[in-house]
Structure formats: structure tokens, C-alpha cells
Design a protein around this ligand. Structure first.
Ligand SMILES: Nc1ncnc2c1ncn2[C@@H]1O[C@H](COP(=O)(O)OP(=O)(O)OP(=O)(O)O)[C@@H](O)[C@H]1O
Length: 558
């Protein structure tokens, strides 16, 4: 702001020295009056008076433009710094949001909010406000100078400017809000189609649906192009209107002023100032209107970023409790859960106590609620009724509980990085000893030894260069890397062949000796070493039994 005020002040000074210079050009003797005030000798020749005045004007211009350039530089850095900090805050909020929140969103929306929308808020919205403020200050400061020189001209300019402002606000700005909304929509769906196009590449090729997905993207791309063209065309309209009104206005005003003067030559000095002010005001006013339009079109982005930011702050999903040790049991009491916008409970009336060190299996037909139960045990979903507590007091939605868990999901997300980085997920430095140990435990050694770049091999997006079984074993190695106290497997061995699974289960049984293990499985043999097996049916616990007694029950639930 201090910069903006200095620039505005310098704009006024510049406008004034131009008036003075025009007067000096017209009548050099007037220059002596001004130069005398800053200790110049009083016997300068007319040529020297003009020369020194011109030098002063040049220096003032130089300073003004250096300050203006610095203002732009600092303004942009400041705004980009704010954008960087805000994106960090936004991502932290996303990271703290519960799983249910994610279930109502998709990656296109997330990337749009953190990417395009936030960029728009800062790079367009904030820059627009900054330009409107600084140009506004300059505009009114110059109007002030003109009021001082000629009030009627100043009020004519204000009248024209005010008229344009009213027309723009009433008729043009609402259009720009709609442009903003439509551009946001096309960006979201265009991006979504693009992501889907690359993710579903195999299916698209095999089903010959390339055209369908290309068209789905192109529709939004074309719409976006049309809106952008319309937006850019409408944005030059104010300049044309301003030029017509101002040029016409200035020429007419000059004409009126000439009526009161003996000769237009006498007006040269004054006119120089008017013209400078006019030519500085015109682009200034145009910039203000353009930036108002830009700002209006960023409002949908501001609204969406605000909505997402506030929504995630509505409740604190994960809690930070003092570090605790898991000593006795994990108790699930009268637990019910229903997904948002679903008519029936996914889980209801669940009572279950899992003792520390127990190896417990969960079976049940598809859709019976096994993964949902695990997500609640992981503290990712909040119960609608009942509770889950560790040792009767510690919440499962705590960072401390998460720190004790190694989770192997049904389908693992592999980053487009090396095997090593995927196992030591999110670690900057890999602990080589631990990495080697988990590679052995997860039966990955032979596979890694067969690769020319071993654990430094890139796996491709979603692990596209690996087999399903290799991906699952990387997932298991990732879960084991942090030596968790509790291991949770959600059909983690389903993609493995019988022999690999049998070998892996042997190691899982070995590592489970001093750990608590919860394992969802479809293959009964996977659960051979479980102390108890929970049979789920339609969101309820149908039975809690043992492996030896399972045959009948399992056949029934299948
Ligand atoms: N995000 C969701 N939104 C709405 N309903 C869901 C969601 N996820 C799961 N469900 C529903 O909740 C119920 C339980 O699903 P869940 O995934 O827990 O079953 P599951 O036993 O793990 O099935 P599977 O063996 O096929 O993995 C199902 O009816 C399912 O359709």
C-alpha cells in the first residue's frame, strides 16, 4: 500500500512537472521562477532554462517509473507468496479431512481447487484488487490535480468515468461472473475427462472408445475456447468506449476552453497538463474496468475455494492425543455406520473385542461391510452410533493410533516412482536395513534381483509396469516398513498365486507373533492361523467362530 501511495504521489508530481514543462516551453522566463526556488542562478538563457527543466522532468520520470516497476515486482512476489502459503494451508486441510469427505469428491475437483481456483484467487483476483486500488488512487489523485487546475474539466472527466462505471457495473460485470462460472465448469469437466482418458487407457483401446473420450474432452475444450474469446472481446469494449468518450470529451473541452482564450497558443502550457492527465487517466480507467471484469470472473473460484476451505474446517477429524501404548484390546461397541446419501446402514449393531496380539480374520459376502468396518477401525470414518476405543480410552481417529498401524488395502496406490520410494512411502531418506528386511518378508527379493535396476526400478503410474501380485507385495512391504504394532490386511493376498500366498502367509504368521493382525480374506486357507474369524452378513456380525468350524459357515456366506 505504501508503494501504491508513493507511485500515486509520483504520478501527481509527474503530471505537475509536465504542466510546468509545457509552460516553460511556451514561456521560458516562467521557468526561472521555478528553478530559482531550487537555487539555480537567475541569469540563465532561455535555452538553458528549457534544458534544465527538461532534465528535471527526465529525472522525475525515471524515479517514478523505477518506483512503479518496484511496486509491480514486490506486489507480484507478495501475492505469489500468499498463494504459496494458502495452497499449503488448503492441502493441510485436505490432509486432515475425513475419508467421508473424500468419498464425495474426485481428484479433478481437488486438483482444480488447489491448482486453477487458488491460482485464480491470487494471480487474477488479488492482482486485480491491487491494480484497482493503485490505479484508483492514481485516478483520483490526477482528478484532484485537474480539479485544482480546472474544476469544470475535472467534473466532466468524473462524469464520463462515473457513467462508464455505472454501465459496466450494471450490464457488463454480471456477464463476467457467468464467464467465470462457465470457465470453472469447463475446466473441471475437461480435466476430469482428461484424467479418465489416461487412467482408463487400456479399456478405451480394447473397447475402441477413444472417440467417445476424445469428444467428451473436446466438448468442454470448445466451450472454454468460445467463452474465452467472448470474454477477451468484451474486455476491449471499455477501452473503445473510453477512447471515444474521452477523446471526444477532451477535444470538445479544448474547443470550449478556446472560446475563453485569445489564442490557443496561450493555452499550450495548461493543455499539456490536461492532455497528459487525460492520456494517463484513459488507460488507467481502462485498466480499472478490465481488472473489475477479471475480478468478477474470479468470484466463482473464490467462492469454491472458500467453500472447500470452510467445509473441511467444519469438524476436526483427527485428534492429537498423548502418545499411548496399546496394551489390552480394541473394543467395538454397538457400532453403526451409514454412508452419506445412502438409505441403509452399511454397518449396524457391531460388538467386537479384539485382544492385543490376536490374529483375527473377517469374512463375508461381497458388500457385507468388511472394508467399511476396517475403515472405522482405522479411524477414517466416524461412527454414526457406538464407539471404537483402544484400551477403553484412546480414540482410533488419533494420529497416535494411525502410527501403530500397517494397512494393506484392497488396491494399493503406487506413485510413479521407484520400488524403494514406494515401499518407504513419503520418506525422504530410506533406511536400507529396514528396506532389505521388508523386501525379504514380503517375498519380493527374487523379483527385485531379476530387475537390472533392482529396487531403483520405476513402477509406472499406479504401478502399471508391475503384475497385480507384485503390486500387492510392495503394498505389504510398505505396511511392514514402519514395524507397526497392528497389521490390517484388506484382501491383501487376493492377487497372489496359491504358492506365493502360502509362502507370504507363512511370513505374515511369523511377523504376526508379536503383533495384532486383522485380516479380511476371501480364501478360507488364508485364515488358517486366525484365533477367531468374524463372519459378516449385511452389515452385521453374523458369527464369531474358529477356522476348524468355518467350513459350514463359510459355504453359507458365499
Ligand atoms: N463410499 C460409499 N458410498 C456409499 N456406499 C458405499 C460406499 N462404500 C461402500 N458402500 C456400500 O456399503 C456396503 C458395504 O461395503 P463394503 O465395501 O464395506 O463391503 P465389503 O464387504 O468390503 O465388500 P467386498 O468384499 O466386495 O470388498 C455396500 O453395500 C456398499 O455398496
Amino acid at each position: 500500500m505504501a508503494f501504491a501511495l508513493t507511485t500515486s504521489l509520483l504520478e501527481v508530481v509527474t503530471a505537475s512537472v509536465i504542466v510546468v514543462f509545457a509552460q516553460v516551453l511556451n514561456a521560458p522566463e516562467t521557468g526561472l521562477k521555478y528553478l530559482g526556488k531550487i537555487d539555480f542562478p537567475s541569469d540563465l538563457s532561455p535555452g538553458r532554462v528549457v534544458f534544465y527543466t527538461a532534465m528535471i522532468v527526465g529525472v522525475v520520470y525515471l524515479i517514478k517509473n523505477i518506483v512503479a516497476a518496484s511496486e509491480i515486482f514486490f506486489q507480484n512476489f507478495f501475492i505469489q507468496k500468499m498463494s504459496y502459503h494458502f495452497k499449503g494451508k488448503l492441502l493441510h486441510r485436505y490432509a486432515g479431512a475425513d475419508y467421508e469427505f473424500y468419498l464425495t469428491r474426485n481428484s479433478s475437483l481437488g486438483t482444480q481447487v488447489v491448482g486453477r481456483d487458488t491460482e485464480m484467487v491470487f494471480s487474477s483476483g488479488m492482482v486485480a484488487i491491487a491494480i484497482i486500488l493503485s490505479e484508483g488512487v492514481v485516478f483520483f489523485a490526477l482528478i484532484g490535480v485537474i480539479i485544482y487546475m480546472n474544476p469544470s474539466l475535472a467534473f466532466t472527466i468524473l462524469g464520463i468515468g462515473g457513467g462508464i462505471a455505472v454501465v459496466i457495473t450494471k450490464f457488463v460485470l454480471p456477464w463476467f461472473y457467468q464467464f467465470g462460472q462457465k470457465l470453472q465448469e469447463t475446466a473441471l469437466y475437461g480435466n476430469q475427462n482428461l484424467i479418465q482418458f489416461f487412467h482408463a487407457f487400456k479399456e478405451i483401446v480394447l473397447l475402441g472408445k477413444g472417440e467417445f473420450f476424445i469428444n467428451a474432452y473436446q466438448v468442454h475444450s470448445l466451450k472454454k475456447g468460445k467463452i474465452q474469446a467472448l470474454q477477451s472481446s468484451l474486455n476491449v469494449l471499455p477501452r473503445i468506449v473510453i477512447e471515444i468518450l474521452f477523446m471526444g470529451g477532451i477535444v470538445v473541452t479544448i474547443g470550449i476552453l478556446c472560446l475563453d482564450q485569445e489564442s490557443p497558443v496561450h493555452m499550450l502550457g495548461m493543455l499539456g497538463g490536461y492532455l497528459y492527465s487525460g492520456f494517463r487517466l484513459m488507460p488507467g480507467l481502462n485498466r480499472i474496468i478490465n481488472q473489475l471484469n477479471i475480478f468478477k470472473s474470479t468470484i466463482p473460484s473464490i467462492e469454491r475455494v472458500h467453500r472447500e476451505y470452510i467445509m473441511m474446517a467444519a469438524k476436526k477429524n483427527y485428534v492429537d492425543v498423548p502418545e499411548f501404548s496399546f496394551d489390552r484390546d480394541l473394543e467395538i461397541k454397538d457400532l453403526s455406520f451409514r454412508y452419506i446419501n445412502v438409505g441403509k446402514d452399511a454397518l449396524s449393531g457391531i460388538f467386537l473385542k479384539i485382544k492385543k496380539g490376536e490374529f483375527i480374520g473377517i469374512v463375508g459376502e461381497t458388500g457385507s461391510g468388511k472394508s467399511t468396518l476396517v475403515n472405522l477401525i482405522l479411524g477414517l470414518l466416524p461412527p454414526c452410533k457406538g464407539f471404537i476405543l483402544v484400551d477403553e480410552k484412546y480414540p482410533v481417529n488419533s494420529y497416535q493410533w494411525h502410527g501403530k498401524i500397517g494397512y494393506v488395502p484392497q488396491s494399493i496406490y503406487l506413485t510413479d516412482d521407484t520400488i524403494e520410494k514406494n515401499i518407504a512411502f513419503g520418506e525422504t531418506v530410506t533406511d536400507k536395513l529396514r528396506l532389505d528386511a521388508v523386501i525379504d518378508t514380503a517375498q519380493l527379493r527374487d523379483f527385485i534381483d531379476s530387475l537390472p535396476e533392482r529396487e531403483k526400478t520405476f513402477v509406472g503410474e499406479h504401478g502399471i509396469r508391475l503384475s497385480g501380485g507384485e503390486r500387492q507385495r510392495i503394498s505389504i512391504a510398505r505396511a511392514l516398513y514402519h514395524s507397526p504394532e497392528v497389521l490390517i490386511f484388506d484382501e491383501a493376498t487376493s492377487a497372489l498365486d496359491n504358492e506365493t500366498e502360502a509362502r507370504l502367509m507363512e511370513t505374515i504368521n511369523t511377523v504376526s507373533k508379536d503383533r495384532t493382525v486383522i485380516m479380511i480374506a476371501h480364501r478360507l486357507t488364508t485364515l488358517k492361523n486366525c484365533s477367531r474369524i468374524v463372519v459378516m452378513d449385511k452389515g452385521r456380525v453374523k458369527d464369531i467362530t474358529e477356522y476348524e468350524k468355518m467350513d459350514n459357515v463359510f459355504n453359507e456366506v458365499r
